[in-house]
Design a protein around this ligand. Structure first.
Ligand code: BES
Ligand code: ZN
Ligand code: ZN
Length: 528
């Protein structure tokens, strides 16, 4: 879909639908653009408010025929909710509601009239774009006769600007929104796609393709490379599968950036059967999404490159399947991690922490990072603790955790901290090896996962994000359709941008192709 910022007046815009965002208030702000539009419409909007037929509740909608009073044949009123709750996320949601309503109507074009908001116009443009592009996401690849194909034809989204300064700010926001939504939708595609297609080699190939279309550098370690680095834990998990594992390294190294890198690590387990400690059959199909942390790291790296992020960042994705077989790792087996630490495998289903262990050691030893953030669908316990509305956060880097909490509130990808007291580490001491991969009881399952990872980061400042509950949703939300959510990309980009002075501007610097380098002047890049 094309997203274009236009200087048209709302009454003159030639679109199939004009979406107007309204707060949950009884009156229209006097002399506002909406009040003027309502005058042209002969008071139709006020009529809906007065009658109570439209309350302005968040994501409520009413479609109004305009009867030739303005250029667009329909106005869609979209509620933003109570004035005090009109956050940037309310705008993201309302934009998604407008876009998905337009799709349901089967129209080709829609114009959005940005509401007066407490934030800078760039943020408004970004939120409107993110909401629409994320809300319209579907994965059609595996449907031979896509449902509603004929209705799925919203092609043009116009965002209306009142003046040239606002237009430039909106365009900047639109471009940022397009970059972020493309990254999130890429991650969603990877997590929603089946394990028979998205295996470790496929993830590695995707990383190479991302590097080809950006300035990122990609390197993939195969089994021999893993043996050279003595990644015994990753190799141990992978040995039960016929699919070879892959260790993906994606580097963003902007010119002149000389400081230690920030390292992002994502669990890339492309199917988790549990291995010999096999999982129950119910919902096992969902375990194709166990590479969501890895998908988030790939998407984040793409977005950082395209945004021209000024600091050095390295993304690492250890990728493997976890299957039972005659070669599979067994309970009681002892593996040796890249650090030399020995690990007794008590439960082969606690495999995520094993593959992450080698990636964390690789980060510490080979990259000497300023800090590490890992993302993993690590434990069912975090779903019990926090459900699907907050990611579990643990770590040793207090400033980074504070930044992630703030970025989580802004991006509506919220995180909630769990403690990592030393006492928890005692619970993973093994009788036969240095440590074991699970504790004896079921208590504090997510924290035990975090305590295990902590064994491999040494003194490097580190944060662990357990996204098992937030990477997948069983219900449709305004801009998060059922299935993979792509969680973590908007969160990480915001947190990383907050680490550098000023916010990065999309300069298309990270792009190699000429086509992608154009949209600076005109934010009309094709986003889907
Ligand atoms: N991939 C799972 C965790 C998971 C659960 C992800 C639900 C997404 C949704 C992980 O590898 C796992 O199986 N963890 C075990 C750990 C246990 C054996 C200590 C779990 O949570 O049951
Ligand atoms: Zn598992
Ligand atoms: Zn897993």
């Amino acid at each position: 879909m094309q997203v274009v910022v236009k200087r048209d007046k709302p009454e003159l815009v030639a679109a199939d639908v004009l979406a107007v965002f309204l707060r949950q208030e009884k009156t229209l702000p006097s002399k506002s653009v909406v009040a003027q539009l309502d005058a042209r419409l002969g008071g139709r909007i006020r009529d809906y408010l007065d009658s109570g037929d439209f309350s302005g509740a968040l994501n409520s909608t009413v479609l109004v025929r305009t009867g030739g009073t303005i250029q667009a044949p329909r106005v869609l009123l979209v509620g933003l909710g109570k004035p005090e709750a009109c956050t940037i996320d309310a705008l993201r949601q309302a934009s998604a509601t407008a876009a998905t309503t337009a799709r349901r109507l089967g129209v080709n074009s829609m114009a959005l009239l940005p509401p007066a908001y407490d934030v800078e116009s760039g943020e408004v443009g970004q939120a409107l774009t993110e909401g629409a592009l994320l809300g319209l996401y579907t994965l059609k690849k595996y449907k031979t006769a896509p449902e509603n194909e004929d209705k799925d034809n919203l092609r043009d989204l116009h965002i209306l600007a009142s003046g040239s300064t606002v237009q430039r700010a909106l365009e900047n926001g639109v471009q940022r929104g397009q970059i972020l939504a493309a990254a999130v939708n890429l991650a969603r595609d990877l997590s929603n796609s089946p394990g028979n297609e998205v295996n470790p080699s496929y993830l590695a190939q995707t990383a190479r393709e991302i590097a080809e279309r950006t300035t990122l550098r990609c390197h993939v370690l195969d089994v021999d490379g893993m043996r050279e680095h003595q990644m015994g834990c990753l190799l141990g998990v992978a040995q039960g599968s016929n699919q070879p594992p892959a260790f993906i390294i994606l580097e963003h190294a902007p010119k002149g950036a000389r400081e230690k890198p920030i390292v992002l690590v994502g669990k890339g387990l492309t199917f988790d059967s549990g291995g010999i400690s096999i999982k129950p059959a119910a919902n096992m199909e969902d375990m194709k999404m166990d590479m969501s942390g890895g998908a988030t790291v790939l998407g984040t790296m793409q977005a950082l490159a395209q945004l021209g992020y000024p600091r050095r960042v390295v993304g690492l994705v250890p990728s493997s399947e976890n299957l039972p077989s005659g070669n599979a790792v067994k309970p009681g087996d002892i593996l040796r991690a890249m650090s030399g630490k020995t690990v007794e495998v008590i439960n082969t289903d606690a495999e995520g922490r094993l593959i992450l262990a080698d990636a964390l050691v690789y980060a510490v030893q080979e990259l000497k990072p300023a800090c590490i953030v890992d993302l993993a669908t690590l434990t069912g316990a975090v779903v019990v603790a926090l459900g699907s509305h907050a990611t579990g956060m643990m770590g040793t880097d207090k400033p980074m955790m504070d930044r992630l909490r703030a970025a989580g509130d802004y991006s509506a990808e919220r995180v909630w901290e769990l403690p990592l007291f030393d006492e928890y580490s005692k619970q993973i001491k093994s009788d036969f090896a240095d440590i074991k991969n699970v504790s004896s009881g079921r208590e504090a399952g997510s924290i035990i996962g975090g305590a295990f990872l902590k064994e491999f980061v040494g003194d490097t400042p580190w944060v662990h994000l357990d996204i098992a509950g937030t990477a997948w949703t069983r219900e449709n939300r305004p801009y998060i359709p059922k299935g993979a959510t792509g969680v973590g990309i908007r969160l990480l980009v915001k947190a990383l941008e907050d680490m550098v002075e000023g916010v990065t501007q999309p300069t298309a610097k990270g792009e190699k192709s000429k086509a992608a380098a154009k949209p600076k002047a005109k934010a009309a890049a094709k986003a889907s």
